[in-house]
Design a protein around this ligand. Structure first.
Ligand code: RVP
Length: 502
């Protein structure tokens, strides 16, 4: 006879936190949001920690090198998606590791033979007013000059005027040499009243630009997550098929942590992949595994050697696994059970396994609830897809801007490895959808608001750190009628009202 769970499985929206005593030292500035990413023994520190409890989803429409830099700057980790060739994924990792805060690889480049028309078209496309003029028009070609909007007058200059006739030539440029520090570059920028400083190597090849505004923004990121060589920390998604080829390339490129990306992680395929990493890269790089939704799945992955475990099946905003296959579990219930299994394992062995709640975060308070329920960090896709830094296109839909967001199990992503159960190489049916999400602006401004809500709730709960929140949180189920009470109710909302004054 089948086993029946007596309780229904539940989602985050069915729970609320009850405040504990707020002490006078419970102020947001005192809240510590750091968390462990990989397992550790009692008395030791995790080999990898984050400054905020948030990672971005292993998805084509979410985690590329651009988002990874933005998130590491704010204290979290992106897992660069693996539904691309090994070489392309390794190249994205390399770009993050090579990225130097404040040193930007030039995005707008032309040759001296291009024309003013080309400058204007490029400016329209990229939105930048500084164009590097290099011998071959590439970002790292020999630097011959720079064009900014001060170098031409659209009303006077002919559109076919060649760039060589109006650029500021190399001989008149102020530049820095490779190896210069950010504060030295900034001093030059201020001394010469520049907006940007090109940095060149010994052969006059352009390496980077340092922009005045970037230096300021660098100072505004107290949480930035750096490795011991002061490079941004980045993760990578891997699959249970080509791991022996992919993982060495990712490690070589500088990835700091790996995570197996699968919709159902309770499988022998995962054990093989974890064992491969433990046999070949132990002590060099950690690997997370998942996704699971119960104690058995958790124990299996941990006993296979997983460094952290990811929880959740079917809760993702773009995910239709539950509808298509009838498998999954309410995210809150799954997390509560796995967190209990983690605590039990810790009691038994003295080894703490961080857990990640993946998918289904709709409101910021869901993050705090997930942490209170025992998650060390959350993984989000939809949340990040809305930002400028995500890799997808921005559109105007009606009167609103939206960005594209599609699931890894959709026809568009065709990430068959994520759903593969050892059959043919292909998706026989979809487990995800292709969608739009409302465009929300830049990552930092949104994340700062989210983090301040988390800290504020933690203060209400009398907790100054995530372990303290997990130890002391009191959580209640809410009835469906009290859900209505939780939103604005029994009032006429002003911004929804169309009225005429008479
Ligand atoms: P969300 O943050 O709710 O958008 O969920 C993101 C998560 O959804 C991912 O981290 C992944 O676990 C899951 N996902 C990604 N693609 C699909 C799918 O196509 N079904 N699901």
């Amino acid at each position: 006879m089948a086993f029946y769970y007596q309780e229904p499985s539940r989602t985050f929206s069915e729970y609320l936190l009850i405040p504990n005593l707020t002490r006078t030292d419970n102020i947001p500035a005192n809240v510590d949001l750091t968390v462990p990413v990989v397992k550790y023994r009692t008395g030791e520190q995790s080999a990898l920690r984050m400054n905020i409890p948030i990672v971005s989803a292993i998805m084509q429409s979410v985690s590329d090198n651009n988002l990874a830099v933005a998130l590491a700057r704010s204290g979290g980790i992106s897992f660069i998606h693996g539904s691309q060739s090994v070489a392309d994924q390794a190249e994205m990792i390399r770009k993050v590791k090579k990225y130097k805060a404040g040193f930007v690889i030039s995005d707008s480049n032309l040759t001296p033979d291009h024309t003013l028309r080309d400058i204007l078209a490029l400016k329209e496309r990229k939105g930048h007013s500084t164009v590097a003029v290099t011998e071959d028009g590439t970002p790292n070609g020999k630097l011959l000059g720079i064009v900014t909007s001060r170098d031409y007058r659209i009303s006077r200059d002919a559109l076919d005027k060649p760039i060589r006739e109006f650029m500021t030539p190399f001989a008149s440029l102020v530049y820095g040499r490779e190896g210069i520090s950010l504060s030295e570059a900034n001093d030059i920028i201020w001394d010469h009243k520049l907006n940007c400083l090109p940095i060149i190597d010994e052969n006059q090849n352009l390496m980077y630009f340092v922009f005045r505004k970037d230096y300021d923004s660098h100072k505004e990121n107290p949480y930035e997550l750096l490795d011991q060589h002061k490079r941004y920390v980045v993760g990578a998604g891997v699959n249970t098929r080509d791991f022996a080829e992919r993982i060495p390339a990712l490690v070589e490129a500088g990835a700091d942590v790996l995570c197996i990306d699968s919709s159902d992680g309770f499988s022998e395929w995962q054990r093989r992949t974890i064992e491969y990493v433990q046999a070949n890269f132990k002590g060099q790089i950690g690997i997370g595994a998942g996704n699971v939704v119960d104690r058995e799945g958790f124990r299996y992955l941990v006993e296979s050697g997983a460094d952290f475990v990811k929880v959740g099946i079917g809760g993702g905003s773009i995910c239709i696994t539950r509808e298509q296959k009838g498998i999954g579990r309410g995210q809150a219930t799954a997390l509560i059970e796995v967190a209990a299994a983690r605590d039990e394992y810790f009691q038994e062995t003295g080894i703490y396994i961080p857990i990640c709640s993946d998918g289904g975060i709709v409101h910021d308070y869901h993050i705090t609830l997930a942490l209170a329920m025992g998650a060390d960090f959350v993984m989000m896709g939809r949340y990040f897809a809305r930002f400028d830094e995500s890799p997808t296109k921005k559109f105007k839909l009606g009167n609103n801007y939206v960005k594209e967001y599609w699931g890894e199990g959709s026809n568009r992503a065709r990430n068959w490895q994520r759903y593969d159960l050892g059959g043919g190489q292909g998706l026989s049916f979809e487990e995800g959808v292709d969608s739009y999400v409302p465009y929300a602006g830049g990552l930092k401004e949104n994340l700062d608001i989210t983090l301040s809500k988390i800290k504020s709730t933690m203060c209400n709960c009398g907790a100054l750190s995530i372990p303290e929140l997990q130890r002391t949180a009191r959580i209640t189920l809410v009835s469906s009628t009290s859900l209505i009470e939780g939103g604005a109710h029994d009032v006429i909302l002003k911004d929804k009202t169309v009225y005429s004054e008479t």
